[in-house]
Design a protein around this ligand. Structure first.
Ligand code: ADP
Ligand code: MG
Ligand code: MG
Length: 881
């Protein structure tokens, strides 16, 4: 097998299509080289070798050594320098790069190939001894950290002491001799901690670094990152070995990172940061505050240090041309790393840039309008789940704000919470149900679990492309970075003369960069602009309708604002829990006979009717699926003695009789007990009352507004055709009685939920009795898997971890099992009744993967909770593409 692929100097062994094999970084380096961009030559050891490396017990077969030698020869040929040559040494970087980008998760080594002999050659050739010794000490420091895994604090300490001894403040104050002195010290630290001298053989250095990069694939932080981002461990990483270019060769050299469009807001403007006379990760590490790329951005931020556009106009012009070319070539916003070596531009990386949901929408809509992509592509590019970020509240502009300080608006959205100062604390507090804001000087990859647990992130250092900013945007967490006036001590942060202690509440606004004391009230977002445009496009493409699961007028209104086209599930029992009604409900349940029940139901009728009137008014003209009473009755029963007393008073029965009756209603397994249509079969007067309330309300609304809703009365937990027939008869009789009484008829349907395997299997005959099926996939999952949703938490996580189910089957439909029942029921139902309406009303109706399944079996609609309606609209469109 061939593992090594070359690029640069007119050669490209691979290209953008080879991401799986070469990793994202390698594939794109190849691609950039092949379209003529200035890429330092190099080669990629493919991801396929990663598995071999682990299988071989972390060793390298001779064939790989030969291939790598050929790769090095390629770089030597293009650069005219030789690896290990004391006169004019070739230096390389060794970089990781997996299929999916894992920013900062794995390790990179720069300046490899320096040793006591080559450092002199580098000084000679570059004419800059200071640069050569600075590069050497950087190399020892990085190599010791990444490859030898020595304590990096020791090296940082040595540097700090060296500066202090000389009375320096900045690294740039260090002279060639100073760096040389530090190199000696570094070498003795290595000898002390590692027990051996720092490796002088450049080939040993190279193989050490290659092994470390492959090894970093199984590091703890890489594992955590993969778990959070669903990246399979089999993918492996590739290793890129590439000729070094130097951004630290004086004032005509620089290094930077850029996005071709604003990754936070989506504006079509170059966006990025750079540092003059700097190398590698200096920009993202937050060590020096980086400068803006464009003049406009610098001016907007009111910053002083010259932008790249001003400081290096010519190279900036070239870079801007590369941005445009890459964006057109990849047809997407790019995230780019570049270095300028003595006025010459080099491209080190490009990839599709991570962006906030807001930016994703704007960029997709803009690019479709610019003709760069089609509308279908625009729709396909938005992750429906990410819309969630936009549907949530922002700070009320009218609310008072006690602004403590201002940083950079690194990731939009607002969040309030108690402050914590470590990632572990954030995780602990969040697990205990607290909303927390993670406050750090700067974040590093070790902090991701805490960033994930936090509502928002605040850092004192680092720019818009710092680790905190990039990761927060990816996770959809609001983030304010680089709040420079903030000083962080033990358990306390200070701004000016104000102190905020751990546990106190602050609010951050990631859209403005403001940091405020206390919790600031929020308001609902407006769903217009790019959001509205994209939704409109999506609506033009999707086939399935989107309804909502709602039972309050407020939820119905929210859902309609979000574009719901009806109610897919209105659970009537929620209306019974209302404090004012529960007594009548209990009276009904505890009654000894039908007369007693009817008396109580008579009291509930007007209440239930007025619920429906309010809902129907919001839903005029739209279908409303209303489920008749479903839960086991004892859920409504009193628990406390005082409550029994109250019911006793209301019913005129004594407390002991009531308690006895309550005990009679006890069930061992209520989920499979006296619930659903079994209630209607035994106490038809309950369903009769509910049906009357529905039709009286529908008539009333029709009378008032001229248009009626279309009630779809749904009978729950049906397993047999006969059950549905009996209950339909009750509903039809109630309807006829109401219509006769009111002198008007309302169009309505009676149908059932399919939530028992028997119902799915017998769907053919059940469809003879009902006009619609709604797949109640919560119960259908419980009953098909034989797993109780309320008890599953204890073992489902291990099930998912061990790959028994790919995802939690209550979150994402078990397509193979439950899905097969849905498919079968849909087919059998349609065979008997071709016009039968089919929908889904479980939680799965808001899950994009489950929605794709619903499209594949041709359901007519999905139904989701109000806030998930836009997600469902987009996912339904994507499913139809
Ligand atoms: P990451 O995946 O963490 O971004 P990279 O492999 O991109 O790691 O390396 C980090 C940084 O190191 C790059 O952004 C770049 O600035 C610098 N770098 C990597 N390779 C080279 C090189 N050949 N010449 C100069 N700088 C390099
Ligand atoms: Mg890295
Ligand atoms: Mg990079």
């Amino acid at each position: 097998t061939k593992y090594v692929y070359r690029f640069g100097g007119g050669v490209s062994d691979g290209g953008r299509g080879d991401k799986n094999l070469l990793g994202g970084k390698g594939a794109n380096l190849d691609e950039m080289a092949s379209i003529g961009l200035p890429v330092p030559p190099g080669f990629t050891i493919s991801t396929a070798f990663c598995a071999v490396y682990y299988d071989e017990g972390r060793a390298f077969p001779p064939s790989l050594r030969d291939e790598v030698a050929t790769g090095i020869a390629h770089i030597e040929g293009v650069t005219g320098k030789r690896f290990g040559d004391a006169a004019d040494p070739l230096l390389v970087s060794v970089r990781s790069g997996a299929r999916a980008s894992m920013p900062g998760m794995m390790d990179t080594v720069l300046n490899l190939g320096l040793n006591d002999a080559t450092v002199a050659g580098l000084a000679q050739v570059s004419g800059d001894a200071r640069f050569a010794w600075d590069s050497y000490r950087r190399f020892i420091q990085m190599y010791s950290d990444v490859v030898l895994e020595l304590d990096h604090a020791r090296f940082e300490e040595a540097l700090e002491i060296a500066k202090e001894d000389r009375g320096y403040y900045l690294d740039t104050d260090m002279s060639a001799a100073d760096w040389q002195g530090l190199v000696d010290e570094y070498k003795s630290i290595v000898a002390e901690l590692w027990g051996r001298p720092f490796p002088q053989d450049v080939h040993d250095q190279l193989w050490g670094a290659i092994g470390a990069v492959f090894g970093s694939w199984q590091s703890d932080r890489a594992k955590v990152y993969r778990r959070l981002n669903d990246i399979p461990s089999e993918w492996g990483t590739a290793v890129n070995v590439q000729a070094m270019v130097f951004g630290n060769m004086g004032d005509t050299s620089a290094t930077g990172v850029a996005f071709t469009r604003d990754p936070a807001k989506g504006d079509n403007a170059y966006y990025g940061e750079f540092l003059i006379n700097a190398q590698g990760e200096d920009v993202v590490a937050g060590i020096r505050t980086p400068q803006y790329l464009t003049k406009a951005a610098r001016e907007a931020a009111n910053a002083k240090p010259a932008s790249m556009e001003e400081a290096m106009p010519e190279v900036y012009g070239e870079l801007a041309a590369v941005f445009d070319l890459l964006e057109r070539h990849y047809r997407d916003m790019q995230d780019i790393e570049f270095t300028v070596q003595q006025g010459k531009l080099w491209m080190l990386q490009t990839r599709s840039g991570k962006r906030t949901a807001k930016a994703a929408l704007k960029i997709a809509v803009d690019m479709a309008s610019e003709g760069l992509i089609t509308r279908e592509e625009a729709i396909a590019r938005i992750d429906p789940a990410a819309l969630d970020q936009l549907l949530h509240p922002t700070l009320d502009p009218k609310a008072a704000r006690d602004v403590l300080t201002k940083g950079l608006p690194a990731s939009p959205g607002a969040a309030s919470g108690r402050i914590v100062f470590t990632a572990d604390e954030a995780e602990r507090a969040a697990a205990g149900g607290d909303d927390v804001i993670l406050v750090r000087v700067e974040t590093s990859p070790e902090d991701i679990h805490g960033m994930h647990a936090a509502r928002g992130i605040l850092t004192a250092r680092g720019g818009m492309t710092s680790h905190a900013a990039v990761v927060a945007r990816g996770m959809g967490r609001p983030c304010v970075s680089g709040a420079g006036s903030l000083s962080i001590g033990k358990g306390v942060m200070r701004v000016g003369d104000r102190e905020v202690k751990a546990g106190e509440i602050i609010t951050i606004d990631g859209s403005t960069g403001e940091v405020m004391a206390g919790a600031v009230p929020t308001i609902q977002p407006e769903l217009v602009g790019d959001f509205g445009t994209l939704m409109e496009w999506a609506d033009g493409i999707r086939r399935m309708k989107v309804r909502t699961n709602a039972e309050t007028p407020q939820d119905c209104r929210t859902a309609r604002e979000f574009g719901a086209e009806g109610i897919g599930l209105c659970r009537t029992e929620h209306m019974f829990f209302d404090a004012a009604r529960i007594t009548s409900v209990r009276q009904m349940i505890l009654a000894n006979d039908e007369t007693g029940r009817r008396a109580a139901l008579e009291k509930l009728l007007p209440e239930q009717r007025s619920d429906f009137v309010e809902i129907f008014e919001v839903m005029v003209g739209l279908p409303c699926t209303i489920r008749l009473l479903d839960p086991p009755l004892h859920e409504f029963l009193p628990h406390e003695d005082a409550e029994f007393g109250e019911v006793a008073k209301a019913t005129g029965l004594d407390v002991d009789t009531l308690k006895r009756r309550a005990a009679e209603l006890h069930e061992f397994n209520p989920m499979l007990g006296h619930r659903g249509c079994r209630l209607g079969v035994t106490y038809p007067e309950i369903y009769e009352m509910q049906a009357r309330a529905i039709f009286e309300a529908a008539c009333e609304v029709a009378e008032k507004s001229g248009a009626a809703p279309v009630p779809e009365v749904m009978i729950p937990l049906v397993g047999t055709k006969r059950e549905l027939e009996l209950m339909k008869a009750v509903v039809d009789a109630a309807a006829e009685a109401v219509f006769a009484d009111k002198g008007r008829r309302i169009e309505y349907l009676v149908g059932t939920m399919i939530e028992l395997p028997r119902a799915a299997l017998r769907a053919g005959e059940i469809a003879e009795a009902g006009a619609f099926f709604s797949f109640g996939t919560n119960d259908l999952t419980q009953t098909t898997l034989g797993v109780s949703r309320d008890d599953a938490a204890r073992f489902l996580t291990s099930y998912v971890e061990q790959g028994i189910y790919a995802k939690d089957p209550f979150v994402s439909l078990d397509v193979d099992g439950v899905g097969e029942l849905v498919k079968l029921a849909a087919e059998r139902g349609r065979a008997t009744r071709p016009e039968i309406k089919l929908g889904i009303c479980g939680e799965h109706g808001g899950d994009p993967a489950s929605i794709a399944f619903c499209e594949s079996v041709g359901l007519d609609y999905v139904s989701a909770s109000p806030y998930r309606v836009p997600i469902a609209r987009l996912a339904a469109a994507q499913a139809a593409l």
